[in-house]
Design a protein. Structure first.
Length: 186
């Protein structure tokens, strides 16, 4: 007896999906968020403004990185320092009453990564995060909530971009940067 013909397309689809998965894995494809940090960064002290620090701690902990509690430090661990956060606003368009219609929020963040010995491994690196806010004079009550959401989104984007920079560092790069710094100082 022959199996029903509707199973053949399902089987072909299953084979195609399995082949695609194998090919993606073979070329080094990783799902976003699945790439780990170098083993040296498995324990990381984080010093940053409170909102970015919370997001960084949460994201790093989800990746399996040991991060100390707020105000605490881990001895002999690398340190991620967010040195500077500047917020700038500017009006980018006006309405018919010459009131601000669109406002751009721009946050500049500078961070660096230090070895346990205080050697600069990465940075200072500057990241700019921008959002445009549409100002509506008729909805003034909702503006505060929208600005809070924008701030949260900007903090989230900044922390994700910092983590992407950390992911690019290999163990070999970390060691060579520390060695180069030690040679330069001796």
């Amino acid at each position: 007896m022959q199996p029903p013909s509707h199973n053949r397309p399902n089987r072909a689809l299953l084979v195609a999906a399995a082949t695609a998965c194998l090919l993606l894995g073979a070329c080094g494809f990783h799902l976003r968020g699945s790439h780990e940090l170098a083993p040296e960064l498995g324990r990381l002290n984080v010093a940053a403004p409170i909102d970015i620090q919370r997001q960084l701690r949460r994201s790093l902990a989800n990746m399996g990185v040991q991060v100390p509690g707020m105000g605490e430090t881990i001895p002999e661990a690398f340190s991620l320092r967010v040195e500077n956060t500047e917020v700038d606003t500017r009006t980018i368009s006006f309405d018919e009453n010459v009131d601000a219609a669109e406002i751009e929020f721009r946050r500049e963040i500078v961070f660096e990564l230090l070895s346990p010995e205080g050697v600069l491994v990465l940075g200072p690196v500057r990241i700019d995060v921008e959002r445009v806010y549409v100002h509506d004079r008729d909805r003034l009550l909702g503006e505060t909530g929208e600005k809070t959401i924008l701030d949260r989104e900007m903090d989230d984007e900044a922390s994700q971009r910092i983590i992407r920079h950390l992911r690019r560092l290999s163990s070999e790069q970390i060691r060579s940067r520390i060695e180069a710094s030690q040679k330069a100082s001796s």
